[in-house]
Design a binder for this molecule. Sequence first.
Ligand SMILES: [Zn+2]
Length: 451
Amino acid sequence: MNRQAFDTYEANQEMTSAINASPHGEGLMKSLCREVGTRPSGSPAMGQAAELLAEQWRGFGAANVHTEPVSLNAWDEADSRVEILSPVQRSYTSVQCVYSGSGTVTGQIIDARDLGSEELGTLGEDIRGAIVLVKGHEISGSKFEPMSKKVSLAEKAGASAVLLASRHPELPAIECLSRPASIPVIGLSGNDASELAAIVGEQTVQARIRAGGHSREATCVNLVGELGPDKAADEIIILSAHLDCYYLAPCAFDNLTGVVALTEAARALAPYKKSFARTLRIIAYTGEEYGFLGSKEYVRAHADELDRIRFVLNLDGLFDDTARGLAVMWAPQMRDYIDCALQDLGSDVDVRNLFCMSSDYLPFMLQGIPAARPASYIGPYPTCSHTVEDTEDKVLTESLQANAIVCARALLRMLTDPQPLPSNRKTPQEIRELIEQEDAQDALWWAGVIE
Ligand SMILES: [Zn+2]
């Protein structure tokens, strides 16, 4: 393919070397983890992190770097307790899920780990007043049964609390209920949940649960910047990643990996901005963990501009595997386009058409805008995510560089291509049909992204 006035081959060699030699990625990861630390949405730390990042973005020449307000419910955490009262006495390390109810409840534990949402309703009277143990967030490819649905159906059936068995064997994981509940929802480590289930299998188990977290109204920010030719371009390509995290850890993997790869890719693209035919808009969102709140607000506030947004590349939870795969959502022609651009450079990234609904590209997709994300098709997805173990020592600089290189390459082609991109916006009718095809109506509703 040789349709460009711009020599992207040479530019790609230069970008690759620049990313591999850049000391900034590692430095940014360190300062965000050590100087800022945990950054829950609506906390002062999120403001501090956005300032630090804005400085980096201005440093490589990003223009119009500014914040945009996002109203959301912040979460004030409190210690939770899970105590077994009989037949043994024991307490477990636990964590209360965001937007779940507070209070103290005592009840019998029911093991419902093998039941689907709908089956929770079939437990009849047994569930009334009980504490229900279910499986927490499962990541199986692109689709999942939102946890909020399980919790809500358990609550409706009369459960007094829900315990979530985490994917992590040794640590409880925190989750957020995209549809809030008024009963406590508490995460337990996978091993503790299994141990508890083994006791429940033999005898009647009484437990007491205490939870004290609550939400409060707050304002947070999305950070936005631009890279483009001096004369404003009509079309916009978005490169985004969420900056917020849970309060448990600095959340290096989920999602400073995305924030750092975004920054490094944009830094590498900056020297070529005069050759851009489109503007690259870079966005660091707040509120992703609490239900894509920052990207939802962005799409709402920029409704007039959505026709100009030609593509969204969102980075969330990057590791070695995600540098070898790219999932393109609802845009087969853009899949072909990106595949061709990367193949021209001799890269063997596996670009697939794959419906996903895991992160901040989703509100754009639902507005008909083509989107993609670096994706691992084989997994395992790191279990440190959403636990106290999500710390910087587990993130490899080389893997961030590999991810940033793939993004920079795909974006350079899109940004400099003088030809129109095959990325027409879908109509509301087309979107409805696609949702139906994926049978995703229910999951999207529970994820809080459609009404
Ligand atoms: Zn994330």
